[in-house]
Ligand binder design. Structure first.
Ligand code: HEC
Ligand code: HEC
Length: 216
């Protein structure tokens, strides 16, 4: 009897937990579609415009810390010569539209989406260029936090870095190296990234941008 009861209790706990999760994802989709996220980050967060980051399949925990840092103004960045404002400003401007629940739900939705397909670079990088990026990534010790090929972060609060837009990757690494971006856990990267010059950052970004996480 006891085991039947336990099974019933566990069963109902499971049943009530499952819809709650999918409700969050469903509501997150609504947030993504109605709060203008899609205009910049594209369908399912996997087709960003310009040099903006893909969000699909990113760690939910990492995404949430970034949303909070962008909303509070803690995360800043370099100025986009096209607009005269920081790249992140357009997004910071709309963040007041999101409640705490909206933020939690939209990241649950985004983490569930298939990662973006790698962008096609023109000219296409050569095998040697790609190999040089892979070698530097290994040599500088990026793997200890972002994992093999940028696709296995060692902690849920760390981002996947494979398959992001190349120019975004260059910008993110440069901003962290030059201490323009100091929010969240960026400080964890200071010791490693300070050893990379501009050419090395470009080589790593080119290689990372061409990794297809869907092929894992
Ligand atoms: C006007 C364009 C724009 C809109 C609208 C916008 N974003 Fe962004 N978002 C950006 C840009 C640009 C960045 C990268 C900023 C940088 O380079 O530092 C970014 C960064 C992010 C990041 C951090 C990604 C990372 O890898 O660190 C998250 C998460 C995010 N956006 C989610 C959203 C969500 C959710 C919405 C809708 C509520 C949204 N964005 C609306 C342009 C936009
Ligand atoms: C000690 C751990 C650690 C090491 C080593 C490390 N990173 Fe990071 N990296 C992080 C964390 C944590 C973040 C997220 C920072 C934040 O909270 O904003 C990050 C952020 C990034 C980002 C920005 C991602 C985004 O979506 O905006 C890129 C790109 C990146 N790292 C690449 C690298 C590369 C390349 C190396 C090696 C040269 C490296 N990292 C070494 C922990 C690390």
């Amino acid at each position: 009897m006891r085991s039947v009861l336990t099974a019933l209790i566990l069963g109902s706990a499971f049943l009530s937990a499952a819809p709650a999760f999918s409700d969050a994802v469903k509501d997150g989709h609504r947030v993504f579609m109605t709060k203008s996220c899609m205009a910049c980050h594209g369908r399912n967060g996997a087709k960003p415009i310009a040099t903006y980051p893909a969000l699909a399949g990113q760690n939910a925990k990492y995404l949430l810390t970034q949303l909070k840092a962008i909303k509070s103004g803690d995360r800043t960045g370099t100025v986009d010569p096209e607009t005269g404002h920081t790249y992140v400003q357009g997004m910071a401007d709309i963040m007041h539209l999101l409640s705490d629940d909206d933020m939690k739900n939209v990241v649950a939705y985004l983490a569930e989406q298939d990662p973006a397909k790698p962008e096609i670079l023109d000219p296409a990088p050569t095998e040697d260029e790609l190999a040089a990026g892979a070698k530097l990534y290994k040599k500088l010790g990026c793997r200890s936090c972002h994992g093999k090929e940028g696709s296995k972060p060692s902690n849920k609060a760390y981002p996947f870095v494979a398959g992001l837009d190349r120019d975004y990757l260059v910008r993110a690494m440069t901003e962290i190296r030059d201490k323009v971006r100091t929010s969240g856990k960026s400080k964890m990267m200071f010791g490693t990234i300070k050893r990379a010059d501009d050419d090395q950052i470009a080589a790593i970004a080119t290689w990372l941008s061409q990794i297809d996480r869907n092929a894992e």
